[in-house]
Ligand binder design. Structure first.
Ligand code: ZN
Length: 270
């Protein structure tokens, strides 16, 4: 067996959560990430028949039966992951219609996956139906996006249009826009189901007064989605209280669509 600490999926996740912490998106134990991994990627590093322990998930997700996820641990600090991946991360296989998670590696101190596991797994189900190549769900607390949910209309079209107008390339990076949930209690199946419902039509879902969820085909794409939306929110928070003299018009947005070969979400541009 090869050393799992050198497995690309482990090193990439360690680098990504370290970078998320460096961006200030993941104070204390804030944030969580899950990555869908193919069995073929794992077999060089793990005996997939050797189950350390089984953890009930508290929900059903029959679509994910037999699937493997690398996921961050509950109560763990992203700033510490790079120093001790085996305590802070875990690899689980979902069984029994997704009601059980078999731990195959990690959570070495007896820990378990993030308390937002329902939102992650339900979001994977939703995104895989839209895009079979989706592999990553990422949650964090970027300050400007969070701040925006206190002062901006939470209407999804209005919120998306404001973000698109803040940087030229936003509409190219997330033409599907951002969906928005009102404040809800986190760590529950209810917010998981609501997030997954929103994930059917966009890869970014804002949790008002809390943070954001992103989904994508790999860690770079998903990080980049959140990074781009957060940059736009930062600009909004810098200018929202000032007289606005110029903006990016819908006509300019249509030029961007044509030039970059993207299509803005239906009905979001005039
Ligand atoms: Zn959170």
């Amino acid at each position: 067996m090869k050393d799992i600490m050198n497995a690309p999926f482990v090193t990439e996740l360690v680098r990504t959560v370290t970078n998320m912490y460096a961006h200030g998106w993941d104070e204390r134990n804030g944030g969580n990430v899950s990555v869908l991994i193919d069995e073929a990627q794992l077999v060089d590093y793990l005996d997939v028949n050797s189950v350390i322990r089984t953890i009930p998930t508290g929900f059903a997700a029959p679509e994910l039966d037999g699937k493997y996820f690398l996921v961050t641990g509950t109560g763990k600090y992203f700033k510490n992951v790079q120093y001790d991946p085996a305590n802070n991360l875990g690899i689980v296989r979902l069984t029994d219609n997704g009601t059980q998670a078999q731990l195959l590696w990690g959570f070495a101190d007896g820990g378990r996956f993030t308390s937002e596991f329902p939102a992650h797994m339900m979001s994977h189900v939703a995104r895989l139906k839209v895009d079979p190549n989706n592999r990553v769900v990422m949650h964090c607390h970027p300050a400007n996006l969070l701040a925006m949910t206190f002062v901006h209309d939470l209407d999804e079209i209005a919120f998306t249009r404001t973000l698109w107008q803040m940087c030229t390339e936003c509409i190219v990076v997330f033409p599907d826009g951002v969906n928005v949930l009102p404040w809800m209690l986190c760590g529950t199946n209810e917010i998981g189901e609501a997030t997954a419902e929103k994930m059917k039509t966009a890869r970014l879902v804002i949790w008002s007064q809390h943070g954001i969820y992103g989904a994508g085909k790999d860690l770079d794409e998903t990080f980049g989605l959140i990074e781009t939306a957060e940059k736009a929110a930062e600009i909004y928070m810098k200018i929202a209280h000032l007289p606005i003299l110029n903006t990016i018009s819908d006509e300019a947005m249509h030029q961007l669509e044509d030039h970059f070969g993207v299509k803005a979400r239906e009905g979001y541009l005039s």
